[in-house]
Each structure stands twice: as C-alpha cells, then as structure tokens.
Design a protein around this ligand. Structure first.
Ligand code: ADP
Length: 643
C-alpha cells in the first residue's frame, strides 16, 4: 500500500500543478491568438479562399469567396460541395490533376485553371492553388478570378481573328509592314503586284515603286512623309504611281494606318489600283476642257444656271444681252425676261415649271422671250437641259436669237399669200381670156372657112394659099385656146375626190381615143387597176393625154401601150409605157412645161399643153409625175397618187 504524501509533498505538487496550469493557460492563449491571426488572415486574404473537407464539403469560405460565389457563408459553409462550384466540363480535367498530384506531387503544376459557375450561374475563369493542411485530409484552396482578363483576351483574339478574315477576304490589297519590309499581305496584294507571296515578302519595298513620279518627285520621299505621319497616329491617304513585280506601272491610292495586333504595332497599307478611276478622271477633265472650248467659242449664247441663278456664261451671251459679265453672272434668270411670255404666261412661274421638267432629264426646246440690259425684248429659241460638270448638276440654256428668222418667216408668209393670190388671178385671167377668146375665134374660123368654100379656085393661086393658111391658123388657135381652157380649169373647176375605179377611167379614156387607136392600129394592154380617191374627170383627162401621146409619138413599129399600177404602201405608182420614138434625157423636165414641144406640128401635131395638164392634175392629187425613156426604144410615164 502506498504511503500517504506528506503535507509538504502535497503543497509542492499543488505548486507544480499551478505552474503547469499557468503554462497551459499561456499556450492556450497563444493558440487562441494564433487562431485569431489565421482567421483574420484567412478572412481578409486578397484571394477567395476555402477549406475543403476530405468528403468535398466546403467547411470554410472567406469574404472574397462569398463575393466570387455571390452567396453568404451561411449558404456555403457545410452546405456546398466543391463539385457544386465547378463547371461540369472541367470535372474530368480536375480529377486528372488530383491523380497526377497524388502520383508525383513534384510533376503536378502548382496551380490550374478551371471554370466556376457561381450561384447566379455566371461563369468565372479561376486559377486555383491548392495545398493540403498538414496532418489532415483538408485542403485549402485559394482561387483567383481571371474572368476579366480572360474576357479581354478572348475579345482580342476574336478581333484579331476578325481582322485576319477581313484581311484575307478584302477586295482591297492589304499589306502589313514595318520600316524595312513587308511582313504580311493578303491574296489581293499578290494579284495586284503580280507575284507570289515569297517574291513579295523577299523583296525590298522599293521594288514596288518607280524611283521618280511623273511630276519629278522622288517616290521614297513621298512614302517616307506619309509613313512618318501614320506613325504619329494619323490615317493618311495618298496617290502615287507604283510598280508591279513585272515592272509595269500603275496608279495607286494608298492608305496608311497604325494597327495593333497581339499587342504589337504594325503599319497597315491598303493599296487600291486606281488606273480606271484615273482614266475616267482624265476623260472627265478632257470632256470638261472640250466643253469649255465649245462653250467659249459657240456662236449661240450658253448660260449655266444653278438654283435659278446665272453662274457662268459665254461671250455670245454678253453680246446678246448687251451686258458685262458682272451684270449677268450672279443674277436671277428672270431678270432677263419680260414679265410675261408670248403666250401671256408669267415668265417666272413658267420658267420654274420648265426647270422641274428639265430636272427629270428632259431636253426642252422652247420659244422664249428675253429682255436685254437696255430693256429691249427679243424672241429666241431656247434649248434647256441639265448637264454634269465637275460632279455637279447645272442647268444649261442655249439661246438663239430668232428675231430675223421670225421676220423672214413672216415675210415668206406674206409673199406666199401674194403668190397664191397672183396665181389665182393668173388662172382666172387665163380662163377668162381663153373662154372669151373662143367666141370671136369661132367667128373668124367660120368666116375664113366660108371664104374658102366660096372662093377656092375662083381667085388666083396666091389667094387660095393665103386663105388655106388662115383656115389652118384659125383651127390651131382654136385647139390652143381649148387646151389652155382645159389647163386653167384643172384648178378652178376641179371636182371632189371620190373613190374612183381606174379600170373604168382607162376604158373611158380609150373610148375617147377610139379613132386614133384604130388609125394607128395601136395595141393597148391594161393590168388590173385599183380604185383610188380621185377626181374622175381629171383622171380620164390624165390617162387620155398620156395614152394619146404614147400612140402619137410612135416610130416604125406598131404602137404598143402598157398601163399598170403598183401598190407602194403609202401610194399607188401608175405607169404608161410605149414603144415609141422616146425622149432624150435632157428633155425629161422640159416636156412638162406649158407650150414646150420637141417637134414642129408638121411632124407631130399638138399644142404643147397636154403634159402640163397631166402635171397639174397629178399635183392636185398630191402626187408626182416624171418620165423615163430611151430614144428609139420607148418611154414610160410614171405618176403617183397617195392613198
Ligand atoms: P403635145 O403632144 O401637144 O406636143 P405634150 O405636152 O403632150 O404636148 O407633150 C410635150 C412634148 O413631149 C411633145 O411635143 C413630145 O415631143 C414629147 N412627148 C410627149 N409624150 C411623148 C411620148 N410618149 N413619146 C415621145 N415623146 C413624147
């Protein structure tokens, strides 16, 4: 049995225990303080930090994590599993990471990236650093949010991808360069410079431009100037001549811009072949120069108008309006017009209406009254239209003074009226004269015939001869007067135009010529003829004259006449052909003139009026008459009658 401790021993023991207690209290206190330090550190760490138990439950989460996960500690600690916060596509990858760490902790990277889905289902890009808390199965994970950086990176990547796509598909040439050489180019560049990518990138930049420009400037000086300006942050565009790889020259427009790709600065050159544009510009300039020459040298007045204001005019305009350039240019157009036009319409309003028409692209031809500077008015012919000059639309007024022409037309009208009147007088006179002459002539004729009958052979030989001359003369005069009467009657005694069957007309004419036909043993052939709008009696006269001539002017051969008509669409073409003596070319016109004959009346009787009557009749029917003939072969008389 153990001995009971002594009092001293007990006191000592108690003292020892008290000492131990004090020691423990210090350690406990230190522990407490350490815990609180760690807790503060844990809470206020810049990174979102959690402690994961070995069953995956998150037992602690700091403020940063609360913020990152968008939830309070209450919703996280002890409730959320580590798996719950990981994007499902990243499970596999994290599992592999842990396996690797277990097998070879040195080989496993210190941290890894994964995607987290927070309570608001927002995706967060996280870099996670994990460590095992010693002597436990707990893990302390420190999570850093990379989302913003990731997003920026992504959008950079996207915009670079977009740039690349644009670069390759651009219809313009795009080249990336630095001061020395070209670094990259798109397909279009190779087409433009006619070389391969290797050739282009291996060449000096100078290969692609001539040393000097047409204006004498050194190309590299120009390029350097714009290059520098672009480097200073300006977007610069300039035009120069460039060279293709094969040495051929072309006009190009270049735009330099500085761009940043993957954080590096490049100079981007967009080069455009402007050969066609230049050619158009030159053509346009030439066209404008031509217009200017034409404008200045034109006899007609040319005025350019913009917004109802005269903006330019030529010399002819100054002369026409009796004004100086200053008096015309800058003025409103209606300053040079009387208040009202010829037709009584107000100049200003009508002018505005015409302008609207011209805007639609119409070219207007007008008669317009203008006002000179001295207040006198004149009539003009005005051509009004729009034209493009230096890329701008103007109205162009071409003005021609027609005062003289109008006066001449007026005079012509008067003269024609006078001529008409004197023609009518003349026709009337011829008619009256021939008509009134008939009576005394008939008297003369019948008395000389009486003389002949009574005294033929009773007086001497000379008397017989004289009387027979008087008889012949009187009868020729009778024929002449008869024909003259017929001639003057064509216009004065014409009848209405009516549907007329030409077959009936020709039959009628032939029956009038029956005797002559029989005597000459003439053969007359007629094609089928049309029905036309005509004066029946005059048409009979027309055919009768032509057929009788065809028989009268026959040669050795038996006379043959052919009458036909051809449909020419708008008119009928009639022809009367014979196989007679024919007419020389030089008389083709003369024979239609009144009293013009090619033979004396002993050879062929006649008055020289027949064909002029024909001409008059055809003209009254608005047609034409002419002859085609060969001496010794025959003649064909043609005439037309409109439908
Ligand atoms: P006329 O027969 O009375 O002389 P015309 O006016 O009928 O008058 O003819 C004028 C002239 O034209 C004739 O004198 C004749 O010389 C010529 N002529 C007319 N018809 C024919 C014809 N068919 N063949 C040849 N000559 C013709």
């Amino acid at each position: 049995m153990a001995e009971k401790p002594t009092y001293d021993e007990l006191v000592k023991k108690i003292e020892q225990l008290e000492k131990k207690c004090a020691e423990y209290a210090t350690v406990d206190d230190q522990c407490h303080r350490a815990k609180s330090v760690y807790r503060t550190f844990f809470e206020n760490s810049g990174a979102a930090t959690i402690i994961i138990e070995d069953d995956g439950i998150i037992s602690f989460a700091n403020k940063q994590f609360e913020k990152l996960f968008a939830a309070t500690k209450n919703d996280i600690e002890g409730k959320l599993k580590w798996r719950d916060i990981v994007h499902e596509d990243d499970f596999e990858f994290i599992r592999h990471y842990h396996i690797l760490r277990r097998i070879d902790p040195q080989a496993a990277p210190e941290n890894y990236e994964f995607r987290m889905l927070n309570k608001l289902k927002e995706m967060k890009y996280i870099v996670n650093t994990e460590s095992l808390i010693p002597e436990t199965q707990k893990i302390i994970a420190s999570l850093i949010d990379l989302t913003e950086r990731k997003m920026a990176e992504q959008s950079l990547n996207e915009s670079e991808a977009k740039y690349r796509a644009l670069f390759e598909s651009a219809s313009d040439t795009i080249v990336l360069l630095d001061r020395q050489r070209m670094i990259d180019c798109n397909q279009k560049t190779l087409e433009m410079f006619r070389c391969t990518r290797e050739q282009l990138l291996a060449s000096k930049k100078e290969t692609f431009w001539p040393e000097f420009q047409p204006d004498g400037r050194r190309t590299s000086d120009i390029i350097e100037k714009y290059f520098q300006s672009a480097l200073n942050g300006n977007t610069t565009t300039f035009e120069i001549q460039r060279l293709r790889y094969d040495g051929s020259v072309f006009d190009a427009e270049t735009t330099y811009t500085v761009i940043t790709l993957s954080g590096k600065k490049y100079l981007q050159a967009i080069i455009r072949d402007i050969t066609e544009r230049k050619a158009t510009e030159i053509a346009l300039k030439e066209g404008e120069a031509k217009y200017r020459t034409l404008f200045e040298s034109a006899i007609d007045t040319i005025i350019l108008i913009d917004n109802e204001t005269i903006v330019d005019c030529n010399l002819a305009a100054l002369k026409m309006f009796g004004a100086s350039r200053e008096q015309l240019v800058g003025q409103k157009t209606w300053t040079f017009m009387p208040k009202f036009q010829l037709d009584g319409l107000p100049s200003k309003e009508t002018g505005k209406e015409k302008t609207r028409q011209a805007i639609k692209g119409e070219i207007l031809f007008l008669e317009w009254r203008f006002l000179r500077c001295n207040g006198s008015e004149f009539d003009a012919e005005l051509t009004f239209n729009t034209i493009d000059l230096k890329g701008k639309k103007y109205f162009q007024a071409i003005i021609r003074d027609i005062t003289e022409r109008k006066q001449a037309a007026e005079q012509m009208k008067k003269l024609t009226q006078e001529l008409k009147r004197s023609n009518t007088d003349l026709a009337q006179f011829a008619y009256v004269a021939s008509h009134d002459l008939q009576e005394p002539l008939r008297m003369v004729t019948s008395f000389v015939q009486l003389l002949q009958r009574r005294y033929q052979g009773k007086l001497d030989k000379d008397a017989d001869e004289f009387i027979s001359y008087a008889v012949a003369g009187a009868s020729q005069m009778q024929k002449l007067i008869n024909d003259l009467l017929k001639y003057s009657r064509v216009d004065t005694h014409g009848e209405n135009m009516e549907p007329t069957d030409c077959n009936t007309v020709v039959t009628h004419a032939l029956s009038n010529l029956n005797k002559a036909i029989e005597e000459a043993k003439a053969v007359v052939n007629i094609d089928h003829l049309p029905t036309i709008q005509a004066d029946y009696t005059q048409l009979v006269q027309l055919f009768q004259n032509l057929i009788s001539n065809a028989i009268k002017y026959h040669g050795e051969k038996q006379p043959e006449v052919l009458i036909r008509a051809t449909d020419k669409g708008e008119y009928w073409l009639f022809s009367v052909r014979d196989n007679g003596i024919g007419i020389k070319n030089e008389y083709f016109g003369k024979i239609f003139v009144i009293f013009q004959r090619l033979h004396n009346k002993d050879q062929y009787p006649g008055t020289g009026i027949g064909l002029s009557i024909c001409k008059k009749i055809v003209e009254r029917h608005n047609g034409r008459i002419w002859v085609e003939s060969k001496p010794g072969v025959g003649s064909t008389f043609y005439f037309t009658i409109p439908k």
